[in-house]
Design a protein around this ligand. Structure first.
Ligand code: 9WN
Length: 431
């Protein structure tokens, strides 16, 4: 497939999944607005229509909770094809939403949208409004998900990570009690083969956590300490820090010098704290189970994402790049979401092996800023290989390139547009 054909196909998918003021990840499997999907989608949309991109993130932020949390799903229209729907969450919001959050990529996206604007004065006010909303979200993270002020926030549900069934959660998830959960019927396996989705064991625990938080009336002042699942993920924290660095720069540009300083100080504290998640045995960062105080022996792609915040020359950059290169030597179709040498690696099952273009994009962002342009280029190349081979799917088998999960997938299409729009996009079609 030529670059031009990939671009046309990606544009077609963005139009197909466009509901006017928000985009669904794909029809059927995910019929609502998802938080980090929308933000990353805005990057691709911007190259087609800047106005449409701003609207995408404005729609999401219009559903921010009064306490600052930005929910992971906004249920704009009812649809029975997804479980758990609004009647399960029962969050009591005017437009129903879920009650948990997702990786805060908004900050890094906002900086891009503003920086790419041909007339920054025209978008200054709306960017400022979004900046302040994003800061309220980040403040919520540090207030409600890091009550002890460690510098690192905890996830209370695997869905918050965006990497739902990653091996990183296995140990902590196994400790979640499931006695007494309500009976439920999954919908995802009606759309996608069960071998590519989380297991029943995992879904029971996803539901148990949801019901635990629902019983606490979604009071974020209580959820952290009450949750049987508290995991500090290096990937999630790296995204938060990377976005906060972007918000600090934006605050400086948009006339908020004191805010810029406050955010810069907080990122310095967080980057420092992140070093406590270095796992010497794995040679990468790893999760901390906050309930046990132990580092988790699980080498997933989340532990490579700190590349997004490490300065060039940092002692861990070389080790992470070496690990990434080794994984890529074994996988011509992207970056594995789990160390391919780990016995739990499963090239088909969702976040336990497959390659995801949005993660590849985040890694590229990091590789470029920490002085690794060649590796960044390689990540882009293998990402585009997935598209040439299998179209815009949700995720891909990293060894065979088999397209997996949902089809005609929005954020994958957005990443294609983003990659092909980058100055150093590969000009040659290798086929
Ligand atoms: C739960 C929409 C979302 C992504 C997540 C991905 C998947 C949902 C699910 O789909 O999660 O949020 O039901 O499986 O894991 O990253 O945002 O594309």
């Amino acid at each position: 497939m030529k670059n031009q054909d990939m671009l046309l196909e990606a544009e077609r998918i963005l139009r197909l999944n466009d509901k006017g003021h928000y985009t669904v990840p794909t029809h059927g499997l995910y019929p609502f607005q998802w938080n980090w999907d929308s933000c990353l989608t805005a990057l691709g949309q911007f190259r087609l229509s800047p106005e449409r991109a701003w609207v995408e993130v404005e729609t999401l932020m219009a559903h921010q909770w009064p306490d600052g949390m930005v929910p992971h799903i906004v249920f704009h229209e009812m649809d029975d094809g997804y479980f758990p729907g609004p009647h399960v969450w029962q969050t009591g919001r005017p437009t129903p939403t879920s009650g948990i959050t997702q990786p805060p990529v908004l900050g890094l996206v906002l900086e891009q949208l503003y920086g790419r604007s041909t007339d920054p004065t025209a978008v200054r006010a709306r960017c400022h409004a979004l900046l302040m909303a994003a800061v309220r979200w980040h403040d919520w993270f540090y207030r409600c998900r890091d009550p002890q002020g460690t510098g690192l926030v905890a996830l209370l549900h695997p869905w918050e990570s965006g990497r739902d069934n990653s091996c990183d959660w296995d140990e902590a998830l196994a400790q979640v009690p499931v006695e007494g959960i309500s009976p439920y019927q999954r919908r995802d396996t009606g759309h996608v083969d069960a071998s590519q989705r989380p297991t029943a064991f995992e879904y029971d625990r996803y539901v148990a956590l949801l019901e635990c938080f629902r019983a606490l009336k979604w009071d974020n002042n209580r959820l952290h300490d009450a949750s049987p699942f508290q995991v500090v993920d290096p990937g999630f924290n790296a995204i938060l820090i990377r976005s906060e660095l972007a918000l600090a720069r934006l605050a400086g540009i948009l006339g908020e010098p004191e805010l810029a300083q406050r955010l810069t100080q907080r990122t310095a504290h967080a980057i420092n704290a992140l070093q406590g998640l270095w796992h010497e045995g794995l040679g990468q960062y790893a999760c901390l189970n906050r309930r046990t105080g132990q580092l988790v022996n699980s080498g997933s792609v989340g532990g490579l994402l700190p590349l997004m915040v490490l300065p060039a020359g940092h002692a861990h950059v070389d080790a992470l790049c070496q690990r990434l290169s080794q994984w890529m030597d074994q996988a011509p179709f992207g970056v594995c979401s789990m160390d391919p040498a780990d016995e739990r690696f499963d090239g088909k099952r969702y976040w336990r092996g497959p390659s995801w273009l949005i993660v590849n994009f985040l890694l590229m962002t990091g590789l470029r800023q920490c002085g690794q342009p060649d590796l960044a280029q390689r990540v882009m190349q293998v990402s585009l290989n997935c598209i040439r081979h299998g179209g815009c799917s949700e995720y891909y088998h990293p060894m065979t390139g088999e397209p997996l999960g949902g089809g005609t997938f929005t954020w994958t299409a957005a990443m294609v547009i983003e990659f092909l729009g980058m100055e150093d996009a590969p000009k040659q079609n290798p086929e």
